[in-house]
Design a protein around this ligand. Structure first.
Ligand SMILES: NC(=O)C1=CN([C@@H]2O[C@H](COP(=O)(O)OP(=O)(O)OC[C@H]3O[C@@H](n4cnc5c(N)ncnc54)[C@H](O)[C@@H]3O)[C@@H](O)[C@H]2O)C=CC1
Ligand SMILES: O=C(O)CCC(=O)C(=O)O
Length: 529
């Protein structure tokens, strides 16, 4: 059995990693001490990598990782991973989005309370033998307004907990609706509403281009005087210079920070301010969260190496069980349609249109489209192409990919039609899965056929005339090519026709040349699927 080398470069829960330890086909190397140079030097020998937030999985590292197939992020944020580079190299990235939600929400609440009651500052004074009760007068949370920016998994958990503290909550998230906010017992607002109204503001967005410095000088300007800020999401969401100035100018009364733009942070100017309390990125540092995320990511790594779809892909569409059950039977035909179609042309492909017809169309069918494109590119790119990088590689080659869906169906409960446009015209192939019989190619251009897309296939375009089939059969017999199945269809009597043969062995070029000598035969394609 093939063994896969897995590198774990950040500390993970041992209990959580047990599934990997017990897998006989995984060879696990735990190296928490490699510096960047050592990582770059050694990454080439690993098939899988698991990180938390410390290891920076840069483009350079990914480009050196010639054997890497999967990167697991034991946590939510993937801003320490060069996702685009991974996608380009066909490396799947998975994360563990649910395992640390509670811990991050609880840490946010702990920071909120510590900030409101100045607990860290008071404790520090006590440790320095100072009994000072005047300097540490706090504020109550009850009836204050908590503004939440980013109401995803963690933001929503924070909202519920803040309601438990009898706070009013106002939230802004591009996906939040008034109805959902009402159901949660919170207020829905714009970003400006949150900035304007809140007594405490906590951010829970990912760090993205759009969220970098979301809280900047202008944002602080819009806030209430005396507002307090919590960041247990990512450094970089807050412009640190702007926060510093806002605290020094007394606009902001305090800040609780679990994260800063550069980590580890020890000598940061914000840490020198009495109004700032901080923890060293501890949001997910609980026994439970660490076990959860390690289990989730370990299981996805195992699924991947067992050839099963992963649960939490970051750079591919995710497939829950329900969707998987519906689309998985169509994986082989989708890939075969792409593979088959590319054999029909020697021209540069300009455009691919994948049309889905039938019951399946209510679902996200992008996993099938990826299979089609993978199948197409496989002929020329071999194993370099996979479901992760298929769309990227197609785009890089200037191939436009379109997907369309239609309810109209004739005969088949589901039909996938793939059209390929080149400068010389359009070719198409359609396929389905027949209940109990498996994948079938049922149409090539406008001809109806019924062919299992497997093995060696000869596609012949010819004129519908008596004797063609006989001549062709004799020629193949002369070359000891045994015909397994044969399909013929035509446009009209004496018109253009197609013949599709499945044969028992690869057909050499010489046979193809001899077939083309027959006047009635216009085109021959030899396809090996
Ligand atoms: N301190 C720590 O140890 C931890 C930090 N995190 C951080 O927390 C972040 C959030 O985690 P989850 O809630 O699990 O993610 P999530 O994906 O469930 O929620 C993020 C929310 O932010 C919203 N959002 C995106 N752009 C926005 C914008 N411009 N304005 C307002 N909202 C916006 C999204 O619509 C989404 O609802 C992670 O990306 C990670 O960086 C997560 C876990 C632990
Ligand atoms: O790995 C960690 O401890 C950090 C967790 C985190 O920041 C995340 O899950 O996004």
């Amino acid at each position: 059995m093939k063994k896969y080398n897995l590198l774990i470069s950040d500390p993970l829960s041992e209990d959580g990693m047990r599934p990997l330890q017990e897998a006989s086909h995984i060879h696990m190397v735990m190296n928490l001490n490699w510096n960047t140079e050592q990582l770059l030097e050694n990454i080439g020998s690993f098939d899988a990598l698991i990180v938390r937030s410390q290891t920076q999985v840069t483009r350079e590292l990914i480009e050196r990782a010639s054997n890497l197939k999967i990167i697991g992020r034991a946590g939510v944020g993937v801003d320490n991973i060069a996702i685009e580079a991974a996608t380009e190299q066909g490396i799947i990235v998975v994360n563990a989005p649910n395992g640390n939600t509670n811990s991050a929400a609880e840490h946010t609440m702990a920071m909120l309370m510590a900030l409101a009651r100045k607990i860290p500052q008071a404790y520090l004074a006590l440790k320095q033998q100072k009994w000072d009760r005047k300097s540490y007068i706090g504020v109550e949370l009850k009836d204050k307004t908590l503004g939440i920016i980013g109401l995803g998994r963690i933001g929503a958990e924070v909202a519920y907990r803040a309601r438990g503290q009898r706070m009013n909550v106002i939230a802004y998230d591009p996906f939040l609706t008034k109805e959902k906010a009402e159901k949660m017992g919170i207020e829905y607002g714009s970003l400006d509403d949150v900035l304007r109204i809140a007594d405490f503001i906590t951010v829970h967005t990912p760090l993205l281009k759009e969220t970098r410095h979301l809280l900047n000088k202008e944002a602080f300007h819009k806030m209430k005087p005396g507002v307090q800020i919590i960041n247990c999401a990512r450094g970089g969401i807050i412009d640190e210079d702007a926060l510093y100035d806002a605290i020094v100018s007394k606009k902001v009364a305090g800040a609780a920070l679990d994260v800063l733009e550069e980590e580890p942070f020890l000598n940061h100017k914000l840490l020198k301010l009495n109004e700032v309390i901080a923890t060293p990125h501890l949001g997910a540092s609980t026994i439970e969260a660490q076990e959860n995320v390690a289990i989730d990511v370990s299981q996805d790594i195992l699924r991947f190496f067992n050839g099963d779809p992963v649960r939490n892909p970051v750079n591919m569409p995710s497939l829950d069980n329900e969707l998987l059950q519906k689309v998985e039977p169509y994986f082989p035909i989708s890939e075969k349609l792409g593979e088959f179609l590319i054999y029909l042309t020697d021209e540069v492909v300009e455009e691919i249109t994948i049309t889905y017809t039938g019951d399946l169309i209510k679902n996200d069918l992008s996993p099938l489209s990826r299979k089609v494109v993978k199948g197409m590119l496989k002929r020329h790119l071999g194993t370099h192409v996979n479901e992760v990088n298929a769309l990227y590689l197609a785009k890089k080659r200037g191939i436009e990919i379109h997907e369309s869906k239609t309810y109209t169906k004739k005969g088949f409960s589901n039909l996938i039609t793939v059209k390929m446009k080149t400068k010389n015209g359009t070719r198409s192939v359609a396929g389905t899965v027949l209940s109990g019989l498996g994948p079938r190619i049922v149409k090539v251009d406008h001809y109806h056929v019924d062919v299992t897309p497997l093995g060696h296939i000869i596609v012949i375009h010819h004129t519908d005339q008596p004797g063609v089939i006989g001549k062709m059969g004799s020629l193949l017999a002369k070359h000891e090519v045994n015909i397994a199945t044969m399909q013929v269809d035509r446009s009209n009597i004496g018109g253009d026709a197609i013949m599709m043969l499945t044969v028992d062995k690869h057909v050499h070029d010489q046979v193809l040349q001899e077939l083309l000598l027959f006047r009635e035969i216009h085109q021959v394609r030899i396809i090996d699927l």
